[in-house]
Design a protein around this ligand. Sequence first.
Ligand code: HEM
Ligand code: PLO
Length: 484
Amino acid sequence: SSAGPPRGSIPCLPHLPVLGSLPWLGGGLPPHLLFTQLAHRYGPLFAIYLGPHYTVVVNNHQHAREVLLQRGKDFAGRPNMVTTNLLTRGGKDIAFSDYSPLWRFHRRLVHNSFTLFGEGTSRLQDIVLGAVDSLCVELLSHGTRGFDPSPAITRAVTNVVCRLVFSSTYGHGDAELQEVIRYNNGIVETIARGGLVDIYPWMKVFPNRSLSKLKDCITVRDRLLSQKLEEHKASLSDGDPRDLLEALLKGQTGSGRGQKSHGSKEEGITDDHVLMTAAEAFGAGVETTSTTLLWILAYLLHHPDVQDRVQKELDENVGCERAVSVSDRGRLPYLDCVINEGMRIRPVSPVLIPHTAMTDSSIGGHAVSRGTRVLVNMWSIHHDPRHWDKPDLFNPDRFLDDQGQRATPSCFLPFGAGPRVCVGESLARLELFLFLSSLLQRMSFRLPDGDSLPNLQGRLGVVLQPLPYKAVVMPRPGWEGGAK
Ligand code: HEM
Ligand code: PLO
C-alpha cells in the first residue's frame, strides 16, 4: 500500500538517558490507561522511551490495522525481555519468540495441532462438558452462601487444559493438579506485575526475591512437563495424536526436513521447543480463559437483565433436557454477543504483547525504523467514543445489527490480528461458549444479600483481572439435582 511521503516524526515524550520518559509518566497508572491519557495530550500516535527503548504507542484503530494487518509482517517481531527469556529458554516458544523461519514453522505446527480440538471434532466438547459437570457440583455446593467463584473456575479450566495438553484428568483435590495451579500462580505473580510492558526499569519492580521465586516455579513446571514428555515419547504410536504434546512430538519428526528446505542452519523443533510450547499453551489457556469467564460473570452480576436474556435464549433453543453442544452455537447469537462485549470492555490483554519492527516501515505515513518497539493499545481502541456509543457501558446489543444478526465491528480485536494473532483464538472461543452456555443453562449467578457489586476496575498483572468478588449460585428449575 502507498504510505505517501513521510510526514515527519512521531510526537515524542521528553526523555532522559537510562530512565527514558519515566519522569514524565506520573504515578502509578497501568500502561493501557496511561497511554489512553497520553493520547489525549499527544494524539493517538506517539512515542515514548521505556528506559533506553524508543517505543511507538498506537491508540487508534486505523493505525492498529496497519501494524497488525496491512504491514503485519513488518511488525511481527518481539523484543527481548529478561523475564520471558527465563520463562521460555530464550524464546523457544511462540508468544515471546522473535520472528524467524523456524518460528513460522513452529507456529504452523502448533496451529495445526489445535485444529485437532476444533469445530469439526467433538474432543474439546467432551473435555469441557466433563469439566463443567464437576464445576456445577462444586459451585452448587455452597448453598445460599456467597463465595468467590474464582478458585473453582480456575480449577475447571486448568483441568480442561491439562487434558488438551497432556491427557491427564484429575479428580477433586488431586495433588498434581494442586501443584500445577500453585506453580502457575507463582509465575503469574512474578512475571509481570504491571503487564508485559516494562514501563519502569525492570530491576526496580523486580527484586531478587521475586526472581528466585520465578526460577523456583519454572523448575517445578519443567520437572512436571519433562516427565509428561518422557511418558509421551515412550507411548508414542501411529494414528491420530491424542493430545497437544503427542501432536508436537509427531510434528517434530518432520521438522528437520522442513527446516533444511528453508535453507536454515538452525536445528528444527527440539525437545526444548516442545516443552516450552506445552508450557505456554498451558499458561495461556488457563490465564486468559478463566479471567475472561470471571469478567463476564462480574458483568452479569451488574446486569441481571442480560443474564435473564441469555437464559431465555438457552431455554428456547436448547431447553433443560440435554447438555449444550457445539452445534447449538448458531442458535445462540445473544450469548456470543455477551462474550464479545465482555472481551471488548475488559480485554484480558489490553496492550497485546509488545511488537517490534523487523524492517524499516511506516505507521500513518510516519517512518518507523527497524528495531522500534510498537505497542498496540487495544484498550483505547475498544473504548474509543468515535466507534462505540457509550463505550463504558456493558451493552451486548452493540454486537447485533438491525436484523438481529451477529455483526463484528472492525475495531474489535481482542485476539489481535495478522501474523501474530492469538493461535488459541478458535479454541478459546469454543471453550468460552461451552463453559458459559452450560453454566447459565443450569444455574443463575446473583449478588449475595447486602454485598456491593463487583469492582470492575480491574488489576493488571500478566493479564487484566477483576478484583475478587462474591456470588451466590442458584440452581435453575430442572437442574436442582446438580449435574444431570
Ligand atoms: C497471543 C488474546 C486464549 C495462545 C495472544 C495475543 C492476544 C491474545 C491479544 C497477542 C497478539 C499480539 O501480540 O498481537 C487471547 C484471548 C484469549 C486467548 C483474549 C481468551 C479469551 C488463548 C489460548 C491459547 C492462546 C486458549 C492457547 C491454548 C496464544 C499464543 C499467543 C497468543 C501462543 C502468541 C502468538 C504469537 O505471538 O504469534 N492472545 N488469547 N491464547 N495467544 Fe492468546
Ligand atoms: C501465564 C503464566 C504461565 O505459567 C506462563 C504463561 C505463558 C503464556 C502467556 C501467559 C503466561 C499469560 C497470558 C499470555 C500468554 C501468551 C498469550 C497470553 C501473555 C505468562 C496473552 C496475550 O494474554
